[in-house]
Design a protein around this ligand. Sequence first.
Ligand code: PBG
Length: 326
Amino acid sequence: MMTYRPRRNRKNAATRNLVRENTLTVNDLIAPLFVIEGENLSIPVDSMPGQSRFSIDLLVKEVKELAGLGIPCVSLFPALDDSLKNPTATESYNDNGLFQRAIRAVKAACPEVLIMTDVAMDPYSSDGHDGLVDATTGEIKNDETLEILAQMAISQAKAGSDIIGPSDMMDGRIGYIRDALDEEGFSKTSIMSYTAKYASAFYGPFRDALDSAPKSGDKLSYQMDYANKREAIRETILDEQEGADILMVKPGLCYLDVISEMRNQTTLPIAAYNVSGEYAMVKAAAEKGWIDGEKIMMEMLMAFKRAGCNMILTYFAKDAAKLLAK
Ligand code: PBG
């Protein structure tokens, strides 16, 4: 006699539906989008098939479509002309800059959609780094960067950002930005911290999209070493103490163990960023006919839920939302 037959719980669709441990819904999805200057422009990102850089008018159109599919949140990134970049990223807190105008336009057209905005110097910096670069030593200066990040966050909040997403990995930035937002009257603006952001080659296609790769050096002195897991817990504790509302792990797929560990350590919601390189790999293999792109997409997204995520930033958001609606 065989007492235990786990296959009984898999015997048909109805049983499998009853015992399923995790679900993926459109409410879990955050769609990252790129914005550029101009009108009626949609410039495809070669290394991210299906993704484009949109001028503000087409960005608004895209967000309306995503809203129609039930996607609750978009995360916006600006691709700026090189002429607007400088060592101190002053364009990042220009209240009439491309990014701020994009935030206002999306908010006006789709007030029900949450807008998340990235805080880091790289899209605005002539050095392509997330923090201030010391001109003589090349070092990324921590404390001097915080003031710029705070101004950027305030400018984004003023424009209508609902969730500030510091992706820079400077020490102490969550507390610094929280204080700055509160002092300016933005106590309702949330912070989703890029808590465990690893120095990763998976960001390659994103840097193509924004032309934001570092002009020299790498990001190893501020983004985390991918050999480390306990360090993510250290960052979790600090971000909690500094007042983060949501914690993020980035990249996603190679870091499910980190998500799972953080899930056990914090009561805060956790997000994963299913980044550009992860998206590009699936698209490229699917284009070659080597894998079933849609099925792999859904399996990956569910893996984030199984690991303990509440939400997923993913370039698959629109495709997945369409599939979930069927
Ligand atoms: C900027 C930033 C990056 C990403 C999100 N915000 C790139 C980087 O840190 O170099 C990557 C997102 C992706 O690859 O999809 N600090």
